[in-house]
Ligand binder design. Sequence first.
Ligand SMILES: [Zn+2]
Length: 315
Amino acid sequence: MSRFCIGIDVGGTTVKLGVFEDDGQLLRKWEIPTRKEQQGVHILPDIALSVRHTLEEMKLDLTDVLGAGLGVPGPVATDGYVPRCVNLGWGEGYPARDLSLMLEGIPVKCANDANIAALGEMWQGGGKGYNDIVMITLGTGVGGGVVIDQKIIAGRHGLAGEIGHTHVRDDETEYCNCGSRGCLEQVASATGVVREAKMFLASSSKESILRDIEENSLTAKDVMDAAKAGDELAVEIVDCVCYYLGRSLAQLALTIDPEIFVIGGGVSKAGQYLIDNIQKYYEQYETLSENRPLVGLAKLGNDAGIYGAARMVLD
Ligand SMILES: [Zn+2]
């Protein structure tokens, strides 16, 4: 009986891969570089070759494998159609079908990387034991993924879970990467936290340990650490970030009502301190019922994608 599944998470610089048992145990994980030259034509053949090689090393055969899941950094339609993937240089196509052909026809499923990360956290991470989760990743950008009844909800247009680009601030003057102004991502991503900090530092004369850090090397972690240490200005910055996050969670709770929100990404390394601050505003703006979705931390870090990709195979 085949009981292994393969998770593949294609990023702009590296492809992460993992071989799992169907109970969620990660047996082997590794990475290969993402070769984006020539419209990314090498990416799938490189993956296929690397998978074959590793299975051989593990003394496994493709017939021992239930299938593979493939996460890509861009929109993916429910039928696996990728309109284009700017980050990989790909034009339109069906990467899952192509990879399957390179791996002797084993089943391959493809989904957006933020969505598979959410599925991974549901399977073996911060959302383990729950069927309905919304994951929010506070990284370079703000990503999101919605999983209901253990299934990714990609939406009719692949827009579901694009929480980072919901509008939260009217008086924003700078543009977001998406072309809009006032997106959650502009405030709550790692880059957003730093930008917010610089604005607070510039508009206030309050003393702060953040002023001792050279402006160009200031990080979201510096801000979080300073706030945890009681630095007044840093506390104000974190409070502002958490206000927007808490308000967004309240709106999502009243739209999707999952069992739990799972917060991941670099900014979430601030841990329970961040959650507590988000919770304050979340509860303030979701007063309809005290029986509301929980808020917790993601647990799988950068491996969430390979977990979720592997989990797709099991449906
Ligand atoms: Zn945006």
